[in-house]
Design a protein around this ligand. Structure first.
Ligand code: ADP
Length: 595
């Protein structure tokens, strides 16, 4: 019936007040009128008795009508009323307002007859003499137990009515004022009662509009009353605080989750039931060169474009079961292990794609396989040759001492080659696995070059080669493990000797800041005038066991450059080679200077 709580409080309250005031008004008005008339009667009675008492001697005498008139006039002035004196026969013997000679017998007047009978009579009617409504009151004047006459006082009813009306108006005004004050108070109380409700509604509105923080923020309704509304507001505040804490906790969880998602090395996609990308992490962005700003909300097939992945996603979506596949992405040289899992009831039709990048793992695996095949290949030749030599010896060559001696020398050479390979392999694997502790100290580049060249000078001379050193003495010291870096130089110079025909020249150089090179490093280079390296082989010569075709017979293990590369990298530097077939090669590496 009443839409709002305010009207539910105020309307019945105001209606009740108005009804009460109305009832009270009517009752008071009627009662006031009655009481006032009674009061007037009592007043008139008292006045009439007093007048009757004082005119008794004049009435008994009746010889001096003037004296009676004077006395009556005097009293009429005092009480401001009309006074009439009537004898027991109804004859008017005195009147303050009319000529008694003109007045008829009053015995038939109701109040007079009643007073003569009962001692007191009253009546309200229009005066026949004066023609206006009057209130009459008559009292008998007793003498020796009999009424000697009657004193009648009359009061214009108009005046009484005017008094009563004035009184009633005053009462009405007071009541109206009281009603107005009560209505005002009712409205204020209703307003105060519903104010917290309004605030509460506002806060709930904010929350339901999704503006949870604002809804739960500083605008909490603060109600300190101990009534039901206070309890409701406190309960709401409690709930809001609790909700706030939960939202904070959720936000923290979300931050953690998104940090994990972004930092994870596996690519993650969430694809919705429409096939649109809902989420992708940094790894996924990198794998497919698809920034989230342009990919989010786009079709998965449009962004990824690899049919194996699209098929896998569709299989998972259609079957509702987890699917896995190893996917080769040729053009990006990527090898991915992909898991497609449906998100289930949480998000029907959506699929989570998890892509593990196994490219490096596969490369390592391939390197391991290559390594095993290389090493078997490298071992097979010396072992086969050892086997052949042993068999030849067993088959009778032992009985031919000069031949046996030759075979034994060849066997020793093969065993030496084998043990060199094993020791180099061991060394390489120790360097690769970081087991070789490097002892870095500030080292003079020229000292390093001189020592390495000195170790191989004899060998070079035997091969009729010239070795030159080009090293400015003012070069800064480098941060190096002396013996290891010397080993690098020895490997490079040794190769240069091996692959340079007689009368060739080998130059070992160190320099800094030339040709735009990094000034924080010293550049070493070993240049020869040898056979050179074919351009096709150049990028691979630092791999383990890699040898160019022309050097197959040189007897090397193919590990020297791999060891050199690892050692240079362990120094924080890099190594590379330049070569022109038939003209010579230059191997260079940079080593950071000491701080
Ligand atoms: P090896 O012990 O066989 O010399 P390396 O790793 O030192 O193994 O060298 C790998 C291959 O690189 C060699 O077999 C050779 O074919 C080529 N090579 C290295 N240095 C030179 C050079 N100075 N001139 C020509 N070819 C070279």
């Amino acid at each position: 019936m009443f839409r709002s709580i305010r009207s539910r409080i105020t309307i019945p309250f105001i209606t009740l007040i108005i009804i009460t005031m109305l009832g009270l008004g009517i009752f008071i008005t009627i009662h006031t009128r009655k009481a006032y008339l009674q009061y007037q009667q009592a007043e008139l009675t008292a006045a009439a008795r007093m007048i009757g008492d004082s005119i008794l001697p004049v009435l008994q005498d009746r010889t001096d009508p003037q004296a009676l008139d004077a006395q009556l006039k005097h009293y009429a002035d005092l009480v401001d009323m009309r006074i009439t004196v009537i004898d027991a026969t109804g004859l008017v013997i005195g009147d303050t307002e009319a000529d008694i000679s003109q007045m008829e017998n009053h015995l038939d007047r109701h109040e007079v007859a009643q007073a003569l009978r009962q001692g007191l009579g009253s009546s309200t009617r229009a005066s026949e003499t004066l023609g206006i409504s009057m209130m009459y009151l008559a009292v008998a004047i007793p003498s020796h137990g009999k009424p000697l006459g009657v004193v009648r006082v009359a009061f214009p009813l108009e005046k009484v009515e005017a008094d009563i009306t004035h009184l009633q108006q005053t009462i009405l005004l007071v009541m109206l004022l009281a009603t107005a004050v009560t209505i005002f108070l009712a409205t204020v109380i209703a307003e105060q009662t519903i104010r917290p409700l309004k605030e509460l509604t506002k806060a709930v509105d904010e929350i339901s509009a999704g503006n949870i923080k604002a809804g739960l923020g500083a605008k909490f309704p603060i109600v300190e009353t101990s009534d039901e509304l206070g309890a409701l507001t406190r309960a709401f505040n409690h709930m809001a605080n609790h909700l706030n804490l939960q939202i904070d906790a959720l936000e923290r969880e979300q931050v953690k989750l998104s940090a994990v998602l972004q930092e994870m090395s596996d690519g993650v996609f969430i694809i919705d039931d429409q096939g649109k990308i809902n989420l992708l992490n940094l790894a996924a962005e990198k794998i497919f060169s698809a920034p989230s700003s342009t990919s989010l909300g786009k079709s998965f097939a449009e962004v990824v474009r690899y049919h194996q992945l699209i098929e896998l996603w569709q299989r998972c979506k259609n079957s509702g079961e987890t699917q896995t596949a190893a996917v080769d992405i040729m053009d990006k040289q990527l090898y991915l292990f992909v898991v497609a899992a449906p998100l289930g009831k949480a998000s029907p039709g959506s699929v989570l794609l998890l892509m593990q990048n196994l490219t490096r793992l596969r490369q390592t695996e391939r390197t391991r396989r290559d390594f095993i095949s290389n090493i078997s290949h490298e071992l097979r030749t010396p072992l086969a040759s050892l086997k052949a030599l042993t068999e030849t010896l067993q088959e009778g060559a032992l009985n031919d001492p000069p031949a046996a001696q030759r075979f034994l020398q060849r066997m020793e050479k093969e065993v030496d080659a084998l043990s060199l390979m094993v020791s180099e392999l061991l060394e390489l694997s120790r360097i690769e696995s970081g087991q070789v502790p490097l002892n870095f100290i500030a080292t003079s580049p020229c000292d390093l070059i001189t020592q390495a060249v000195d170790r191989l000078r004899l060998q070079a001379e035997r091969a009729s080669l010239t070795i030159n050193i080009d090293c400015p003495l003012d070069l800064p010291f480098i941060r190096a493990d002396q013996s290891r870096l010397e080993q690098v130089l020895v490997n490079l110079i040794h190769n240069a000797i091996k692959f340079t025909p007689a009368s060739g020249v080998i130059t070992v150089r160190a320099c800094q800041g030339e040709n735009g090179q990094n000034s924080a490093a010293v550049r070493f280079s070993v240049q020869d005038t040898g056979i050179g390296i074919p351009a096709a082989d150049l990028p691979r010569i630092f791999e383990r066991f890699y040898k160019t075709d022309r050097s197959r017979s040189s007897g090397g293990t193919g590990l020297g450059l791999a060891i050199a590369r690892h050692l240079v990298e362990a120094h924080g530097g890099k190594i590379w080679a330049e070569s022109q077939e038939g003209k010579g090669s230059t191997f260079s590496f940079d080593i950071p200077i000491a701080q």
